[in-house]
Write a protein that binds this ligand. Structure first.
Ligand code: FE
Length: 171
């Protein structure tokens, strides 16, 4: 009887370990800055007609602390345009996307221009439905200014466009 119990415990132990995978530390927050405008439209592309900036396709997943996908997570992006300017009257280069059933999101945009003293960055607010909002910024590799390495997207240039990947880990 006792040996049987031990055998069961030994068998279950690896399953318990597998049930708690690690998907990385929580994504750090970063400054909101002065240019957030609530109420941006839902749209898969922020690219304006005639945009001159380099195209960026950003994809990734939104995961919880349990490493499970956060279905329906809302990602609210805003950024500077190819001149380094924010639209503070309308919604140019502002828009929201939602994560699908696998926690996946995708947005097309342009590489924002630098503005004085700052690396190129995308602002984003990420929210699990009904939960706290994570406000942060994403950066691009190879920038001269200092940036948080935990917030740098994986990016490579393919056919003249940046293909970028970033996974968010919500607490
Ligand atoms: Fe900014």
């Amino acid at each position: 009887m006792r040996e049987g119990l031990i055998a069961i415990v030994v068998l279950l132990a690896p399953l318990g370990a597998a049930a708690q995978p690690s998907c990385g530390p929580p994504t750090p927050s970063d400054m909101e800055g002065p240019f957030y405008t609530p109420g941006a439209p839902l749209r898969a592309s922020l690219v304006e007609p005639g945009a001159k900036g380099e195209r960026v396709v950003l994809t990734g997943r939104v995961l919880g602390a349990d490493c499970k996908p956060v279905t329906g997570a809302l990602l609210d992006f805003w950024q500077a345009d190819e001149k380094g300017e924010y639209d503070n009257k309308g919604f140019r280069y502002r828009g929201k996307v939602t994560a699908d059933g696998d926690g996946r999101y995708r947005i097309e945009t342009i590489l924002p221009a630098e503005y004085p003293g700052r690396p190129r960055h995308l602002h984003v607010k990420v929210q699990r439905p009904g939960a706290r909002v994570l406000t942060t910024q994403l950066y691009f590799p190879g920038e001269p200014h200092r940036q948080n390495p935990a917030l740098v997207v994986k990016a490579e240039r393919r056919d003249g466009a940046w293909v970028a990947v970033f996974d968010f880990n919500l607490p």
